[in-house]
Design a protein. Sequence first.
Length: 198
Amino acid sequence: MLYDSGVWVNDTKWRGVPVQKFPSDLWVYQEIIHDLKPDLIIETGTCYGGSGLFMADMCELAGNGRVISIDLNPRPNRPKHARLEYFTGSSIDPVVLSLMTSAARNLKTVMCVLDSDHTCNYVLQEMHEYAQFVTPGSYLIVEDTDVNGNPICPDHGPGPFEAVELFLSHGDAFEIDTSREKFVVTQNPSGFLRKKIL
């Protein structure tokens, strides 16, 4: 089955850098960035830096914004971009969260993309911590909600999808934006969460 063949992991690149996302989701990301023109995108889980580079390029095209990408593991030769900055550390470390609080303060539009540890408890903690940075009308995107049989990797165990369910059951500030799943094949089913405008 192409959906979980691994081709997208091993051989999908943005400007030569592995990006590890479905092209259909990248297309949706550029639509969101074009629509919102965010001042800041916070990404947890950098890996090779391909998705951070992609979003920085989209910010450049939109004429606004920058990307902060956080990862536990430093890697040499990650791509450089004037609109992309890397932080090394755990996304839920209080020091990192304090830095993100400062970075997001007083900005008009902030979105967050969560793509680090994929265990349910970790993702749920990330969601609670990073939801505060997301501005009304913007997005908290939870990546890889397709694991644990949703529909791939049935033996994964509770992960991002289950974290989304728990998160939404404890508050109504966010809603699933299914319009962002229009290409049907997505790594993030039920993972495009839009903060309601009150």
